[in-house]
Design a binder for this molecule. Structure first.
Ligand SMILES: Cc1cc2nc3c(=O)[nH]c(=O)nc-3n(C[C@H](O)[C@H](O)[C@H](O)COP(=O)(O)OP(=O)(O)OC[C@H]3O[C@@H](n4cnc5c(N)ncnc54)[C@H](O)[C@@H]3O)c2cc1C
Ligand code: FES
Length: 260
């Protein structure tokens, strides 16, 4: 039975591996038959970072891929502070995980799709790209690249850019998307706000449906504390707040207001 809302239970999961892919970016695989069976592309897990009291709050990390046969789940994370640093130190043993949480990407049958990821934002797009019948990937990085091969194995075409030109085209991934946008019915994106805002504008100009995966700081992760509120526009034009953890993290781009 699926556990939802404030009743969501945590699970103690065996860590299978936790390795550095490139400078400061790690992949962890842990065992959870429950999460592997239930997870939908775009959902996330909420991790307790260690057994101590600091940092107290769990950290949300997207589900990168699942292996339902083995009952394992992979996440990719970037060390940006104490929580992610603590997670990176747990090479063996167990980790306390809540999930799968949130609403994933809607899959629209028979559509030509593109996934557009920037940096660590590529992580939640792999499982989605595997589940779509026609999907191209647009992957943008600053300098170090990761998981490009996995996208090559699951997508029709992969467009790669780096800001320093060390791999793929030199420049921004949004410039590549702009050239090909008329080929797509739907675009799914995750990455830095500035990139997602640009993707959203390109889609709007070309009447292409667009879904964005938002990142906000979180506390409970299950809709109980309001820490993750974001501004959403209804069809009647009125603005109000929704919870990224429970109503998202994926939203239709038409609803989202990105602050400048
Ligand atoms: C739904 C969701 C999915 C996510 N998926 C991934 C993922 O797949 N891989 C990954 O590396 N990260 C992901 N994140 C971001 C990740 O949760 C944060 O990087 C992490 O919580 C930072 O914890 P920390 O203790 O290391 O850093 P902190 O010390 O808490 O913060 C370090 C710096 O990062 C900023 N920061 C922290 N959390 C966030 C956030 N949620 N949004 C924007 N800035 C933040 C802080 O403002 C600060 O500048 C996701 C966040 C959300 C909400
Ligand atoms: S993190 Fe508590 S409501 Fe979203």
């Amino acid at each position: 039975m699926r556990l939802v809302g404030v009743d969501m239970k945590n699970e103690i999961c065996e860590i299978i591996h936790n390795k550095e892919l490139t400078l400061g970016v790690f992949e962890m695989i842990f065992r959870s038959e429950n999460i592997a069976a239930l997870a939908m592309p775009g959902q996330f897990v909420h991790l307790r970072v260690n057994t101590g009291l600091y940092p107290l709050l769990r950290r949300p990390i997207s589900i990168h891929s699942v292996d339902k046969t083995k009952g394992t789940v992979a996440i990719i994370y970037h060390i940006v502070g104490k929580g992610t640093e603590e997670i990176s130190k747990q090479v063996t043993g167990v980790i306390d995980v809540m999930g799968p949480l949130g609403n994933g990407f809607p899959k629209l049958a028979g559509k030509k799709c593109a996934v557009v990821g920037g940096g660590i934002g590529v992580a939640p797009l792999l499982e989605l790209s595997k589940s779509l019948s026609h999907c191209d990937a647009y992957l943008g990085f600053r300098n170090c690249t990761y998981k490009v091969e996995a996208f090559e194995n699951s997508c029709n075409k992969v467009y790669l850019t780096t800001e320093d030109g060390s791999a793929g085209h030199k420049g921004y991934i949004t410039d590549q998307l702009k050239k090909n946008i008329t080929e797509y019915d739907v675009v799914y994106t995750c990455g830095p706000k500035i990139m997602m805002k640009k993707v959203m504008e390109i889609c709007q100009l070309n009447n292409v449906e667009c879904y964005v995966s938002l990142e906000e700081r979180m506390a409970c992760g299950i809709g109980a504390c309001l820490v993750c509120a974001c501004k959403i526009q209804e069809e009647n034009g009125e603005w109000h707040h929704k919870k990224v953890c429970k109503d998202g993290p994926v939203f239709n781009a038409k609803e989202v207001l990105f602050d400048d």
